[in-house]
Design a binder for this molecule. Structure first.
Ligand code: G6P
Length: 608
């Protein structure tokens, strides 16, 4: 949610910033802007409503040569998307510029105070107050002025600040929004995430909340807000810049769908030992796990659907109450939480504000908190007693695909490992699960090989008025996720519903223009699902089924079938969702949508 990048060093800063913004665009694309201190010592600012491409066009022959600068791509919160509200924002003197991700919650009060003090604020944004606060506090040392200004801010921020008169220096700060320092050879970076800078350096410092980073070409000093120097380790990014490129695919989403077999393999690497699932990340909390008497899962969006699979398995295998709650609602009716509650926060980015807030609440009440995330060094890892990484590699498309299937695989492994440690998972069951997990990547690959026939089917359904997705048990999260993909990227209405609930209302939506998409893979609830499918067919709806290879009955009942290989029921969510991802992708392409950057969305949502 908003991407920020800063550079200081011997390269020409403009192209580095524009390249970084393109890689951060998944975080928001309502507007884009850059500010540079040019070779002549002038401050250059260009910012435009719209995508980074609009900014690049506006820059014509390119930005002026500069050794330092900052850039921003926006997902609007305060102030509509416009050239004026686009970042960077400046102070009255035009010497200080700021980019910001987050929300300054007390900005109205600060704004009134600044205006009363003689400042002129031009935009509708919350961010602009920061530039003016730094202006008031500035006495020749940018880092000191930023630290003073931070003391006035309430809310969340990742900030980068630049002063025209200190032309090799940038100051960054974070609180509840991500910011990393890139440590290069004679050059330094600040960025919302590693994707923006990994082409230049893999050495990064993950800033913690409250940190202030003071960077120059050859140095990066991290302090707290009082100015005391902190010793922050330098980590090495484990993936390459190519991993975040399209690599010949038309869209990142299609590339990431095709990466799923490899992502599943990576998610399991080191975790299947002989006949058992073992997550060594849980070793440090093993003693505490022995006493758990309930499991609460918290997540948002796609991650929430993956967590539903985990909650069902924790309940089944551990025999304790387990449930999943949307993180934004969790806090309003928190369940009883104590030291015997295992809370699992599932979040691809590790930065989702609602999930972090819910995890913090659980931690404050004494729960054991485990993070399940794709992002090493992300905020959720600091709220947790143990972190289990998806190991899926970077996901760029806003619509999640490979991180959904790896989240499901990882929650299944997590539930199995906890159950094994507590002596509640029979060895035979563990072995059976390990064998099924090992088969998954090749089964996923086989499913993806059918992309051309899915594209052909999508062509026949792309003009539908809307879609009704149904599933039961482990098919239910797949139905929810399949419907979400359609909504996100084709802007068509799609309902994901528990199949048994169809008759309690949504069945009235079905007609020849609204197809029924049924997740009808082999399971204990197959027959009941077929009954629901028939209810739809009786209302003249076309029926598109996801079914298990070898099912001879379904062909007679459904209008079209997407075939998937057989697997254990808890893993069927993974295989069932793949054709639904491809279906949504091709429907969106046929409708001419912006698949990788759908309107109004952002991949990482750092506001509540
Ligand atoms: C945003 C994204 C979704 C994602 C959700 C949760 O809404 O557009 O794709 O599922 O955030 O993100 P997280 O990073 O916490 O998994």
């Amino acid at each position: 949610m908003c991407g920020i990048v800063g550079y200081t060093g011997p390269r020409d800063a403009g192209p580095v910033l524009l390249d970084g913004l393109r890689r951060l665009e998944y975080r928001g694309y309502d507007s884009a802007g850059i500010a540079l201190v040019t070779e002549d010592g002038d401050l250059f600012v260009e910012k435009r409503a719209g995508k980074v491409a609009v900014l690049t066009d506006a820059l014509g022959g390119g930005p002026p040569t500069a050794g330092v600068g900052l850039g921003h791509t926006r997902w609007a919160t305060h102030g509509r998307p416009s050239d004026l509200n686009a970042h960077p924002h400046s102070d009255c003197s035009g010497r200080i510029t700021v980019v910001h991700n987050g929300i300054v919650e007390n900005f109205r009060e600060l704004r009134d105070e600044l205006v009363a003090g003689g400042h002129t604020l031009r935009s509708e944004t919350d961010t602009e107050v920061v530039a003016h606060l730094v202006e008031d506090a500035y006495e020749g040392d940018l880092a000191a002025a930023v630290r003073a200004a931070l003391g006035r801010l309430q809310g969340a921020y990742a900030l980068v600040v630049m002063h025209r008169d200190e032309p090799d220096r940038l100051v960054g700060a974070r609180l509840n929004a991500p910011l990393i320092v890139g440590v290069g050879d004679g050059e330094s970076f600040l960025a919302s995430d590693a994707a923006a800078i990994v082409a230049y350096t893999k050495r990064v410092i993950f800033l913690a909340d409250g940190d202030v980073a003071d960077i120059r070409p050859g140095s990066a000093v991290v302090t707290d807000r009082s100015g005391a120097v902190l010793d922050r380790p330098i980590d090495e990014i484990q993936w390459s810049a190519e991993a975040a490129e399209k690599g010949g695919y038309a869209h990142f989403m299609l590339k990431e769908i095709h990466e799923q077999p490899a992502a599943l393999t990576a998610a399991m690497t080191g975790r299947l030992r002989g006949d058992a699932v073992c997550l060594e990340e849980l070793d440090p909390i093993a003693k505490r796990l022995a006493g758990i008497d309930r499991v609460e899962m918290i997540a948002c969006g796609t991650a929430y659907y993956a967590s539903l699979v985990g909650a069902a398995l924790f309940q089944e295998w551990l025999g304790v109450p387990a449930r999943s709650t949307v993180a934004s609602e969790f806090r309003y009716s928190p369940p009883p939480i104590d030291a015997r509650t295992l809370v699992i926060a599932v979040t691809q980015s590790g930065e989702t504000a609602d999930t972090i807030a819910a995890a913090r609440l659980a931690g404050d009440r004494g729960a054991i908190v485990v993070a399940l995330t794709n992002t090493v060094g992300s905020a959720i890892t600091r709220e947790s007693h143990a972190s289990v990484f998806l190991q899926a590699g970077p996901e760029v498309a806003v619509a999640a695909t490979k991180t959904f299937v790896t989240q499901v695989a990882t929650v299944v492994m997590l539930a199995a490992d906890v159950a094994r440690r507590l002596g509640r998972l029979p060895a035979e069951k563990d072995r059976e699960l390990v064998e099924a997990l090992r088969r998954l990547p090749s089964q996923a690959a086989r499913t993806i090989e059918k992309a051309a026939s899915i594209e052909e089917v999508a062509g026949r359904y792309a003009s539908a008025a809307g879609y009704m997705y149904i599933g039961r048990s482990f098919g239910y999260p797949a139905a929810l996720e399949g419907a979400l993909k359609i909504k996100e990227i084709s802007y068509l209405h799609a309902e994901g519903y528990a199949a048994g609930e169809l008759k309690h209302g949504p069945i009235s939506l079905l007609d020849p223009e609204v197809p029924l998409v049924a997740v009808a893979t082999r399971s204990a609830v197959y027959e009941k699902l077929i009954s629901n499918l028939m209810e739809g067919k009786a209302r003249d709806a076309r029926v598109l089924a996801v079914a298990t290879e070898g099912d001879t009955q379904i062909e007679r009942l459904a209008t079209d079938v997407f075939w998937v290989p057989d697997t254990l029921e808890p893993l069927s969510t993974i295989l069932a969702v793949i054709p639904l991802q491809l279906f949504a992708y091709y429907v969106a392409v046929k409708r001419g949508r912006d698949v990788d950057q759908p309107r109004n969305l952002a991949k990482s949502v750092t506001v509540e």
